[in-house]
Ligand binder design. Structure first.
Ligand code: BYC
Length: 316
């Protein structure tokens, strides 16, 4: 490619971003833009798939047929989200098998939140309320991401996440109307999941190496701290309506900022989890590896079927 052709392509890419248009799979993009998107979309996909484990843990122990059916459907939705996202990464030239290998070998991350255990059924409700709530806050702006396939996948995912959040909140409302022991379970789960939910938004802006470039490319539309604040402001009134206390003595309305102030996040815990030292990190990755290994025959059978189909079409 000549220098003139390259600069024409670069100009076209820059204009697309500048005018808030969508970049599509056939468009020329800088290598770094492609690499950033593959990194983010793959890690997002891994999070959805690993995210099936903490809640999946409760499917066989759900307290009623209705709760079991709801939970089963929710966990299946997460699998679907993972599939849309891996497909979006494939449009950028990534190989799905390779991405899975990167997850299993620890070369690629998945959300820190899924390295914590689900100790009681109240955790299922709190994951819906706080974890899916945080996911919605983070993901709604991604519906306007500059890369078309990712943005379109996010529209559908956000609709489903919003349903998940409501089911979690409804479960908790039901438990809060129950016995004292049930109310304590909800409070205990809230205490355990609050801080890890705030960590989902990523490191503080000053320590976030990727934000500035991702914002310039309109991959990210807001910084990590902006979205974290939005989540806190949205969630405090929900906690009040539910009748639980958020475990932060510094949480207070700030009239001047028209937002809630909140306490210092333990970033050393976040760093430990990212290094693979979270309470369930080893278990989550080992389980994913086992499921992948046990699914080898399915992938082989699907590939053989596709090959036969291609051969039959070629003969016809
Ligand atoms: N956990 O420069 P930064 C769900 C990494 S699924 C682990 O700010 P960026 C759900 C980050 O990757 C939820 N790692 O990065 C599923 C980077 O490392 P690398 C998942 C984290 O990309 C099932 C480094 O730290 N959501 O909701 O600009 C059931 C520096 O960070 C975390 C998404 O993936 C973390 N929390 O911003 C229920 C959303 N935070 O890659 C619910 C899409 C940061 O350089 N992703 N890191 O090695 C994003 O919006 C952005 O990638 C992030 C991070 C805000 C997460």
């Amino acid at each position: 490619m000549t220098t003139t052709e390259l600069s024409d392509l670069e100009r076209h890419f820059e204009r697309t971003i500048e005018h808030d248009l969508r970049v599509e799979p056939r468009d020329w993009v800088p290598d770094e833009y492609r690499a950033t998107l593959i990194r983010q979309i793959a890690q997002h996909a891994h999070s959805e798939i690993i995210g099936m484990q903490p809640e999946g843990n409760w499917i066989t122990r759900a307290p009623s047929l209705r709760r079991k059916a709801i939970l089963l459907a929710k966990v299946q939705d997460e699998a679907g989200h993972g599939l849309y996202l891996y497909s979006a990464a494939e449009t950028l030239g990534a190989d799905r098998g390779e991405l899975t290998q990167r997850l299993i070998s620890g070369k690629q991350k998945y959300s820190s939140i899924f390295n914590y255990p689900t100790l009681t059924f109240a955790d299922v409700g709190v994951i819906g309320w706080l974890v899916d709530g945080a996911a919605i806050c983070n993901q709604v702006p991604l519906c306007r991401c500059s890369y078309g396939p990712y943005a379109r996948a996010m529209i559908r995912i956000c609709k489903e996440e919003s349903f998940h959040q409501r089911q979690g909140y409804e479960l908790l409302m039901t438990m809060m109307r129950g016995t004292k022991a049930q109310r304590q379970m909800v409070q205990d789960a809230t205490d355990r999941w609050w801080w890890p939910s705030l960590m989902m938004f990523g490191p503080p802006d000053g320590d976030s190496p990727n934000t500035a470039q991702s914002m310039a490319w309109k991959v990210k539309r807001h910084t990590n701290d902006e979205l974290r604040q939005r989540f806190v402001d949205m969630t405090v009134p929900q906690a009040e309506a539910l009748g639980v206390t958020l475990p932060d003595a510094d949480l207070a309305w700030n009239q001047e900022r028209a937002s809630y102030d909140f306490g210092e996040i333990d970033w050393s815990e976040f760093k430990q989890v990212l290094r693979g030292n979270g309470p369930c990190s080893a278990q989550r990755v080992a389980h994913r590896k086992r499921a992948h290994d046990e699914g080898a025959w399915v992938r082989e059978a699907a590939a053989a079927h596709a090959r036969k189909h291609r051969e039959a079409v070629a003969v016809a």
